[in-house]
Design a protein around this ligand. Structure first.
Ligand SMILES: Cc1cc2nc3c(=O)[nH]c(=O)nc-3n(C[C@H](O)[C@H](O)[C@H](O)COP(=O)(O)OP(=O)(O)OC[C@H]3O[C@@H](n4cnc5c(N)ncnc54)[C@H](O)[C@@H]3O)c2cc1C
Length: 289
């Protein structure tokens, strides 16, 4: 079946300021496009009507990966998910992000889809959100007032909504992992490939100097609330507690309690909550093994 789209203006600016001018000129009928794996599908199959599509791919510098003097990772919003997955820099220092990238859709989709598009889409199920949340990533946005930083935990406003307010996401700054930290991301979906998560959990944990207690723990949940979230009560329960089955079970219980999932054709709300408990338990066991 061939599906035609109603006519729209397609523009390819080479400067961020030109992209902002185009967005201002066309108002709510204009949107930026990165890889196009979501927005084109929305136009073709979900009835999204736009007057102008502003393709960001030809603006130089938006797909760069580098490490700054402080050891932080700078990663451009236009970085293809496949590059996030394969980058030696990301794999060595921020492996949980690379491994989550490797679980998104198929290689074909990952070649097109971008890190920034995954986040700006603001799907509760965005695979790269939980790892960015536990890594304490900071989003960098560019707008009429210049550049501003938005901590990951403040970037999502609701399903499909961010706090970018029309600004363009240019990338993320991600601090180095704390010494001794281990992190893991687990995704549960109906099949291994091409499916968005029914539930996803990322965990980053740091043992204390004796190796017997949790010095720090961060837990982020995907697909079980209107936005990806941190399970803060579970994190607080772990801090200072003995590493072992008791603290892990309690954190898994509290993580499930933090979830407020909807039920749909892919899984009931109770099933998703049970999956959050199971995935949190498994992730904490993995990082403490
Ligand atoms: C077959 C298939 C399978 C998929 N599987 C998964 C999956 O397993 N997991 C998953 O998480 N997702 C999945 N997706 C969804 C989608 O591919 C990803 O979310 C992808 O990362 C989106 O990136 P993109 O660059 O293609 O975004 P685009 O489609 O280009 O843009 C998405 C949205 O973000 C906005 N946007 C993009 N870049 C910026 C920016 N720099 N600044 C401001 N706004 C911006 C756009 O205006 C648009 O609203 C799948 C999609 C398909 C078609």
């Amino acid at each position: 079946m061939t599906m035609t789209l109603p006519p729209f203006r397609y523009v390819v600016p080479v400067r961020l300021d030109d992209a902002l001018d185009l967005l201002a000129e066309h108002g709510p009928g204009a949107r930026v496009m990165a890889g196009g794996t979501d927005i084109i599908v929305a136009m073709r199959e979900r009835g999204l009507r736009l007057g102008c599509l502003v393709d960001l791919k030809h603006i130089p510098g938006l797909a760069a990966i580098g490490v700054g003097p402080s050891g932080s990772l700078s990663i451009g919003s236009l970085t293809p998910v496949r590059d996030v997955e394969r980058s030696a820099v990301v794999r060595d220092g921020w492996g949980v992000l690379a491994s989550a990238a490797g679980m998104l859709a198929s290689i074909q989709v990952r070649n097109k889809a971008t890190l920034g598009g995954n986040i700006c889409n603001a799907s509760p199920a965005a695979d790269l959100a939980p790892p960015l949340l536990v890594l304490d990533a900071v989003a960098v946005a560019y707008g009429r007032q210049g550049e501003r930083s938005i901590p990951m935990a403040q970037l999502f406003a609701g399903p499909g909504r961010t706090t970018l307010n029309g600004d363009i996401l240019t990338g993320f700054t991600i601090p180095p992992m704390p010494g001794g930290a281990r992190a893991v991301h687990l995704k549960h979906g109906p099949r291994n490939a091409m499916d968005i998560a029914i539930a996803g959990v990322a965990v980053l944990a740091v043992p204390d100097a004796s190796g017997t207690r949790w010095a720090d723990a961060r837990i982020a949940l995907g697909s079980v609330a209107p936005t990806p979230i941190r399970a803060t009560a579970a994190e607080a329960a772990l801090r200072g507690a003995l590493i072992g089955p008791e603290s892990i079970d309690e954190a898994a219980r509290l993580a499930a309690e933090a979830a407020s999932p909807i039920g749909d054709v892919r899984g009931s709300a109770d099933y998703r909550r049970a999956m959050i408990a199971a995935l949190t338990r498994r992730a904490l066991q993995e990082v403490s093994a």
